[in-house]
Write a protein that binds this ligand. Structure first.
Ligand SMILES: Cc1cc2nc3c(=O)[nH]c(=O)nc-3n(C[C@H](O)[C@H](O)[C@H](O)COP(=O)(O)OP(=O)(O)OC[C@H]3O[C@@H](n4cnc5c(N)ncnc54)[C@H](O)[C@@H]3O)c2cc1C
Length: 360
């Protein structure tokens, strides 16, 4: 029997598997497909990302350096309101390669990482959990047992549903595609032209330019996406699509299970980004949870909320501005644009005394 079974080897699962294996636990990590695929992410992250990957991976992952964002209430020809820093705000990275690198780190730490293993059922018993798993290319199913299960299986988490844990309050539909023309521009473009969210253009260096958007259920994302690329007059390729959970549910643990990452909706409500929040929570899980002591799950539940809840709450406040009437958005963007001193994962830095003083 393993100490931990990890379902899903995205950033959250790989990070938890690595840290738990580092701590001396027996870890089994199951990924239904091939680690990193299919892609459904921009890989636009704060520079904090480099604390999570080995130095030698940097050149392989890095695509472009971003210094700011041009906000617009209309299309590419409407007035731009720039927000920027003198130093880099964020980096654009190869997301597929990120997942592979994080999975390799987990393997090197001693975790048993297996691809082509789809968890089809999770049963929580008094003293263990039992996973039923279908293995690619093999008939029937196999079972694994562990003292605890980490549900790191993304926005539509099977572990969450199997154990009747509550769903996130909202799920957005995100889409993106690429124009292969290289662009090492310093700014991303943000268009407040989508209901309750935004559309974007991200220069990715030699990897081309990404166009994307996310919107709540009911919005016609494909039509909105076509409208975006038409206004830019570009043809895109490699269309990808994925879910973005927003608003963590009230509970992310049971007696022998816990959720990490998108499965727990540990994301930024104003961007949908979840790579760094998920890995932050994975570290907290590895530090607080003892597989022999189910009581420690409540320590994880409160510790990750202590770390992320305030930022998530403020992130919801920022997101509300996306639904303001256009004239108010213009007034707000005009008065706030310019040089900023914020951290992209921490909306609290926007509301900090130092930054508000600077704005005034
Ligand atoms: C369009 C779009 C753009 C985005 N852009 C950004 C961005 O720029 N920056 C950012 O920080 N975030 C971004 N995100 C969000 C980011 O992709 C997620 O927050 C992040 O991937 C969450 O990591 P995770 O490990 O929790 O889940 P995932 O990355 O979803 O990993 C879950 C893994 O579990 C596996 N799995 C699922 N079910 C099973 C099963 N039954 N058995 C075994 N394995 C299973 C999946 O195959 C997957 O590999 C974006 C999301 C979308 C949709």
């Amino acid at each position: 029997m393993y100490d931990f079974a990890v379902v899903g080897v995205g950033p959250a699962g790989a990070r938890f598997a690595r840290r738990a294996a580092d701590a001396g636990y027996d870890v089994l990590a199951l990924e239904k497909g091939e680690v990193g695929t299919p892609l459904a992410c921009s890989g636009h992250v704060s520079t904090d990302i480099w604390e999570y990957v080995p130095d030698e991976a940097r050149d392989r992952l890095f695509q472009n350096r971003i210094y700011g964002a041009n906000f617009r209430v209309g299309g590419p020809n409407s007035k731009a309101y720039p927000f920027y820093k003198q130093s880099e705000v964020s980096n654009v990275i190869d997301r597929v390669e990120l997942d592979r690198t994080l999975a390799d780190c987990a393997r090197e730490a001693g975790a048993d990482v297996r691809e082509g293993h789809t968890v089809t059922a999770v049963e929580e018993l008094d003293d263990r959990v039992r996973l039923t798993v279908s293995v690619a290319g093999e008939a029937g199913t196999v079972q694994f047992e562990a003292k605890m299960v980490a549900g790191c299986d993304g926005p539509t988490s099977r572990v969450r549903r199997a154990l009747s844990l509550p769903e996130p309050s909202e799920t957005l539909h995100g889409v993106l595609a690429f124009d292969p023309e290289p662009d090492d521009g310093d700014f991303v473009d943000v268009h407040l032209t989508v209901p309750r969210f935004f559309a974007w253009r991200i220069p990715r260096g030699d990897a081309g330019v990404e166009y994307g958007l996310a919107a709540p259920p009911g919005a016609e994302v494909t039509e909105l996406f076509d409208a975006l690329t038409n206004t830019y007059d570009v043809e895109t390729e490699h269309f990808c699509s994925g879910a973005i959970p927003i608003g963590p549910p009230d509970r992310t643990t049971t007696r022998r299970a816990f959720l990490v990452g998108d499965a727990a909706a540990q994301t930024k409500p104003f961007t949908g980004g979840g790579i760094l929040y998920g890995m932050t929570a994975a570290d907290i899980a590895a530090e607080t949870i003892d597989p022999d002591d189910p009581e420690t799950l409540s320590a994880y539940e409160s510790a990750w909320r202590d770390e992320l809840s305030r930022e998530i709450r403020l992130g919801h406040l920022v997101r509300r501005c996306y639904s303001f009437p256009e004239w108010l958005q213009r007034v707000g963007l005009r008065s706030l644009s310019g040089e900023i001193g914020v951290h992209m994962d921490k909306p609290s830095s926007f509301f900090s005394r130092e930054h508000l003083k600077k704005l005034l």
